[in-house]
Write a protein that binds this ligand. Structure first.
Ligand code: PXP
Length: 252
């Protein structure tokens, strides 16, 4: 979509979000399907990291899942958490590779929009500091917006993840192009101010490809679509197909 697409960059990592394996498990209340098994399968299929969101209401991933993931997977764990004292304690106890701070509303179906890093600066600052002091890499899930990037930098987070939901949900080409432009502009600004830039939410085979081609984006985190595709083509095949299209969009 823009000139950035043709630039080559370093290897783009794929983080596989396994929340919705737990959603299916929890629909019956038992232990099947097991998110840990899915995480191991994702690793074998070419994932570079595993992402799991421990929500306040534990609607999918549970505390036990986090313990098992920390103990039994070899890949880096990106633990998504809200900025609450409970989640801070859990992150400090488990010390995941990355803690991605996300906004969370109890009534939402999924994470709607990015963190208010400007308005919530004073509340977020001690979270970022405590996690960083514990050696946990902090990522902030934000809208693709210059002010949010500058506030993230000022908060001292080394990583931001750009919310791609508006781009993925766009219902016409003009809106999609506008949203895509916001992502490319934000990714370039992140790079310019020294933030590692990730992206995710709502990505599919079609929508991930142009995002994967943006050279300043280092990681895509994808969950719902891959778990959905598992029904039709299998989980490993879905991850391999995503990995292949990412490699094609961004040869390293
Ligand atoms: N990144 C973050 C920070 C998220 O909160 C989510 C959803 O939990 C995702 C990526 C993955 O979104 P999706 O499941 O729509 O691929």
């Amino acid at each position: 979509m823009t000139s950035q697409n043709s630039r080559l960059g370093p290897k783009l990592r794929l983080g596989v979000n396994i929340d919705h394996v737990a959603t299916i498990r929890n629909a019956r209340g038992g232990s099947y399907p097991d998110p840990l098994r899915a995480a191991k399968m994702a690793a074998a299929a070419g994932a570079d990291g595993i992402t799991a969101h421990l929500r306040e209401d534990r609607r999918h991933i549970t505390d036990t899942d986090i313990t098992r993931l920390c103990d039994e997977i070899d890949l880096p764990l990106n633990l998504e958490i809200a900025a609450t004292d409970e989640m801070l304690d859990i992150a400090l106890r488990h010390k995941p590779h990355t803690a991605c701070i996300v906004p969370e509303k109890r009534e939402e179906r999924t994470t709607e929009g990015g963190l208010d890093v400007v308005g919530g600066f004073d509340k977020l600052k001690p979270f970022v500091t405590q996690l960083s002091d514990a050696g946990i890499r902090v990522s902030l899930f934000i809208e693709p917006d210059v002010a949010a990037l500058d506030a993230s930098k000022a908060l001292g987070a080394p990583v931001v993840e750009l919310h791609t939901g508006a781009y993925c949900d766009a219902t016409d080409i003009a809106e999609q192009e506008r949203e895509f432009e916001r992502i490319t502009t934000a990714a370039a600004h992140a790079q310019a101010i020294g933030l590692e830039c990730h992206a995710g939410h709502g990505l599919t085979f079609d929508s991930a490809k142009p995002v994967a081609a943006i050279a300043s984006i280092m990681e895509l985190n994808i969950g719902h679509f891959l778990v959905g595709e598992a029904i039709f083509i299998g989980f490993e095949a879905a991850i391999q197909k995503m990995r292949a299209l990412m490699n094609e969009a961004r040869p390293s």
